[in-house]
Design a protein around this ligand. Structure first.
Ligand code: NAD
Ligand code: DAU
Length: 332
């Protein structure tokens, strides 16, 4: 992979991917990022200038996208509006970036015959009941609940159609909830860690029984690289690390690791349409491509993540006040 175009590379997962690729391979990386509120240029600090370039622009800009795809040997498409709560307030940017942006990229990729890996989410499958023993597989029916997950489901459908009808060499991965360094403080785990650092209490939506299937961001990105190198075009791979846990238990673990009392939690308004449970069966990825997660202890990964937020206040401080003001407006 001589030159990679990474869309959304200034966001949480994309920036961790770029660091990983530049540390572990000889590839060059071009990041295309619109630098929305979710991006942080500090996440790209210290990268080698001779192999890395940041281009500020949108995946919806057809001329810019065409010119950058022409330079690349492969494209990894992370760019998206990613937060469910925001999509409930204003779905427009989700339709624009996640659907129109993916379409724009696919058209350029089709013209240039470039390899694509499309990053998607387990939320396209909707949710499972808490007592349902089954997990999502690559053949589970799409059934998205929120504007965010519906826009990601739409983008997956476009990629599948372009692969089948135009022969675009595309793979798709659907991953569960990521945690780790450089995640925006609007998301569940960094919000609670930075609340506690600020002397605020964690905020639990509703009763807190909703289950998420947690995976460390480095394990997600290791899987993406494996699929890029060894995946079969046209195929979908589910990425997950058997990390199911309900939100109440995650907060209890954060409180314990940060030396706070177990009951120091505020219950706040629930998310409308809140998905109950996600659970990934990643056996296809493990069996066919030999991937396995490195972070087998969620507790250890969480402890390292808490340490990262304690040690990088300058990274998250500028976004904290506006984020909490938005939540306060919604009673969350
Ligand atoms: P993020 O919100 O942290 O980062 C998204 C990045 O995309 C930001 O840098 C933003 O500026 C950029 N972006 C937004 N609109 C753009 C546009 N029009 N053109 C170019 N760049 C634009 O998101 P994340 O959590 O890193 O998620 C990355 C991808 O992974 C998304 O596609 C998301 O759906 C998917 N995903 C996320 C998770 C998770 O747990 N966070 C799990 C599975 C899949
Ligand atoms: O499953 C993959 C998805 O995971 C990704 O596609 C999304 O981009 C990513 O944002 C994430 O979606 P969730 O909605 O699951 O993540 P979020 O961090 O917003 O919330 C996780 C759970 O925690 C969810 O059940 C809502 C709850 N929650 C969230 C916040 C911010 C709380 O209880 N309190 C909070 O303060």
């Amino acid at each position: 992979m001589a030159t990679l175009l990474v869309t959304g590379g200034a966001g949480f997962i994309g920036s961790n991917f770029v660091h990983r690729v530049l540390e572990r391979t000889d590839s060059s990386v071009i990041v295309l990022d619109a630098m929305t509120y979710a991006a942080n240029e500090a996440s790209l600090a210290g990268l080698p200038a001779d192999r890395f370039r940041l281009v500020r622009g949108s995946v919806c800009d057809a001329d810019l996208v065409d010119a950058l795809v022409a330079e690349a040997d492969a494209v990894v498409h992370f760019a998206a509006e990613s937060h469910n709560d925001n999509s409930l307030e204003d779905p427009y940017p989700f339709v624009d970036t996640n659907i129109v942006g993916t379409f724009t990229l696919l058209q350029a990729i089709r013209r240039h015959g470039t390899r694509l890996h499309h990053i998607s989410t387990d939320e396209v499958y909707g949710d499972l009941a808490l007592d349902d023993p089954s997990r999502f597989t690559p053949t589970t029916r799409y059934n998205p609940s929120s504007p965010y997950s519906a826009s990601k489901a739409s983008s997956d459908m476009l990629v599948r159609a372009w692969a089948r009808s135009y022969g675009v060499a595309a793979t798709i991965s659907n991953c569960s909830n990521n945690y780790g360094p450089r995640q925006h403080v609007e998301k569940f785990i960094p919000r609670q860690i930075t609340n506690i650092i600020d002397g605020l209490r964690p905020r639990l939506y509703g009763a807190g029984l909703n289950v998420r299937d947690w995976i460390h961001v480095d394990d997600h990105n290791a899987a993406v690289w494996t699929i890029l190198e060894h995946g079969t075009p046209g195929e979908t791979y589910l990425i997950g690390a058997d990390g199911e846990m309900n939100n109440r238990d995650v907060i209890a673990m954060i409180l314990e690791l940060m030396g706070e009392p177990a009951d120091a939690v505020d219950h706040v308004n629930d998310r409308p349409g809140h998905d109950l449970r996600y659970a990934i069966d990643s056996s296809k990825l493990r069996a066919e491509l030999g991937w396995a997660p490195h972070y087998t202890s969620f507790r250890d990964g969480l402890r390292a993540t808490i340490d990262w937020y304690r040690g990088h206040e300058e990274w998250w401080r500028p976004m904290k006040r506006a984020t909490e003001a938005g939540y306060a407006r919604r009673g969350q």
